[in-house]
Write a protein that binds this ligand. Sequence first.
Ligand SMILES: [Zn+2]
Length: 370
Amino acid sequence: MTVSEAAGTLIGFTSSRKGNDMALNETLLRRLIETPGVSGREDQQREIAREELGDLTDEVRTDVMGSVIGTKRGSDDVRVMIAAHTDEIGFLVKYIDDKGFLRLQTLGGHDPANMVSQRVLVTTSDGEPLRGALQPSRKPPHLSHGEEQKPPKADEFYVDLGMDAETVKEKVHVGDYVVMDRTLEKVGETYVGKAMDDRVGVFVMYEALRAMGDHQATIFAAATSQEEVGLRGAEASGSALKPTVVVALDVTLAMDVPGGGNENTITELGKGVAIKIMDGYSISHPKLVDHLRAIAEREDIPYQMEILPAGGTDAGGVQRLHGGIPAVTLSIPCRYVHTPNEMVRSTDVEAAITLLARYLEEASDADYDL
Ligand SMILES: [Zn+2]
């Protein structure tokens, strides 16, 4: 079967295939998930972005904050910025003790409960990945004599590289970056891995550019930096690009699990792409939300509406620039966000790709005046 034909079928969501997991471009998704890149150190992700956007857009450049922007030139003055962030939550090495154990500075929002006894990858300044054990400094049950031990704090963790101090000090330096060491795996009807936030958003951006047809609007595809530390890359690139619309792509909470449910569900896996109404950083432009919902209805794309009480996306970093810009986020429902077990359903990812592709083809027809 040829790509365009495949793209046609994928996008059409023919009834026989709706709800069935479809073959995602797994090679690209795996490369995005398994290539390390923390806030401010997205170098390896930039290489992928330049490759992909080099094939999919007319011009590619990298800005001072490290965001990579691909421009697909249009024929009118509508300027759509798509923003998906390449940084994952992680750590920087802040100290190496005399035994060669590494102490870490967190980057992004971590819950120490998800850090216990994980394996990590340290990327050294010469790019060598070193595997290590991430452990909290606490007594094992054998030595705690039943005394209650408090849950560990993030700065009580260290990395054991299983090497002598001299070798560690030769290879590792303060400022080297550390991520969770996990591969992308199929789990039932889902994909699981670390850094789904927001590599699956970056994936959706590339695949939608690949799947879309003709367009009038100019499209800026921004693989942004430093989102996890405050939407910094999007703010800088948004101020330079002066878009007339911004569509962010990111994961959102799927609390269709024990401890969630009913009014605390936010979104559910398998119910389609989520069109965000609001989160802790921004209230989406109502006419943009309506436009996306209308496309999803018209094209029979599975979707759900999203209200997230806290947290934000790159849309919040761009919305208030230049006197205000219509902004929205298309979210991929994800269980266990900011853990190494982030879980998404491929039909939701497909729905996000298709809705974005359809939107980009008709972005010029819209009027968002309030
Ligand atoms: Zn994110």
